[in-house]
Design a protein around this ligand. Structure first.
Ligand code: ATP
Ligand code: MG
Length: 346
């Protein structure tokens, strides 16, 4: 069996970083026909670990994330879209896995470390937030996922999940399935920077181009993007490394788009060379990037508008998806209870 599990926190609308880091790959894998089951989870319980006082934010973003999925081409006929908290078995699994992980092991998780710092949680980490890597291991193993397509920041989570699988199987006998991480092949997509040039485009940093942004907003954001701060005049040589306009072009543009939108250049390497040599202005590359992004985002925007007129249907998709997910996770939970010898009435 080949099974995918992946998901997103309903803490905001999804942005082009999610798209190149994970969503686009999910749609490709979904349509490859190579997978027996695909589960896509809206991680509301995880979002509440650092938004406990903002339940309305989490609630309102469930539908936004679901709309973004459908807009990108996730097909509810092929993939099960569900809401994490509607699958209580996940919480029970977490309780059992917690006994197999030490506090110092979670403390060493580099993504948790970075996120604690980013949220100023140093002195007051909610216990639930601290444990979210363990709860993520429950999500992955409950569905017997073999493959998890995610961005680079999830690598430490997958490592921790594999350790839990090994530990569980060695203590209680072969029960859980070990997952593989699927990272984007294109290095620019591993961690797309923000339009401000900060290391990661993130809902929490307000430096995003959202999949649901209007064409005008996308254009405005692209034209305001951070570039090479020392590239002051057109004739100056410019830097390509760490210049987010070029990183986005690395992530999005194809040779065919040069033929269509910027025929003076054959490919991105030629454009980069000219920029580095001097004589190429930021406005010109930004206009090109805008065309490239608009071409990718226009069909997504159209499909989103279609689904926005069918909100009750979207909730039906989430409801039936959650029922399918609950049945699957309950099967794994029964196996886990049997392995742990707590299946008293069987
Ligand atoms: P939050 O700030 O609430 O954590 P987020 O923007 O980090 O939100 P998540 O829901 O945590 O989004 O991440 C969902 C998925 O998108 C994960 O697989 C993550 O690796 C990927 N992802 C998030 N941001 C980026 C990015 N800038 N580049 C590539 N992948 C990303
Ligand atoms: Mg995140």
């Amino acid at each position: 069996m080949k099974i995918i599990l992946t998901g997103d926190r309903p803490t905001g609308k999804l942005h082009v970083g999610h798209y190149v880091g994970s969503l686009k790959e999910r749609v490709r894998l979904q349509n490859s026909g190579e997978f027996d089951e695909i589960y896509i989870m809206i991680a509301d319980a995880q979002a509440l670990t650092d938004n406990a006082e903002h339940p309305e934010k989490v609630r309102n973003n469930i539908i936004e994330v679901a709309l973004d999925y459908l807009a990108c081409g996730i097909d509810p006929e092929k993939a099960t879209i569900f809401i994490q908290s509607m699958v209580p078995a996940l919480t029970e699994l977490t309780t059992y896995y917690m006994n197999l992980v030490t506090v110092s092991r979670v403390q060493r998780n580099p993504t948790v470390k970075a996120e604690i710092q980013m949220r100023n949680f140093e002195a007051s980490i909610p216990v639930g937030f601290f444990c979210y890597p363990i709860s993520q291991a429950s999500d992955i193993t409950a569905f017997r996922a073999t493959d998890v397509p995610v961005g680079e920041d999830q690598l430490p989570m997958l490592e921790q999940c594999k350790e839990i699988v090994h530990k569980f199987n060695s203590v209680y006998g072969e029960t859980l399935t070990e997952p593989n991480i699927i990272l984007p092949k294109n290095a620019a997509c591993l961690r797309l920077p923000g339009i401000d040039g900060k290391a990661k485009m993130s809902k929490s940093l307000g430096n995003c181009i959202y999949l649901s942004d209007s064409a005008e907003d996308v254009q405005k954001k692209v034209m305001s993007m951070f570039t090479d701060p020392n590239h002051l005049r057109v004739q100056d040589p410019g830097k390509v490394e760490g210049n987010p306009v070029f990183t986005y072009l690395d992530a999005f543009c194809t040779d065919e788009q040069f033929a269509e939108f910027l025929p003076e250049y054959k490919c991105l390497d030629e454009l980069k060379e000219h920029y580095q040599r001097g004589g190429l202005g930021d406005v010109k590359i930004k206009k090109f990037l805008n065309k490239v992004l608009q071409a990718e985002l226009a069909p997504i925007r159209e499909r989103r508008a279609m689904w926005e007129s069918r909100i009750p249907d979207v909730y039906d998709i989430l409801k039936s998806g959650s029922e399918v997910a609950r049945a699957k996770a309950n099967e794994t939970l029964a196996d886990v209870r049997r392995a742990m010898k707590i299946n008293y009435f069987e």
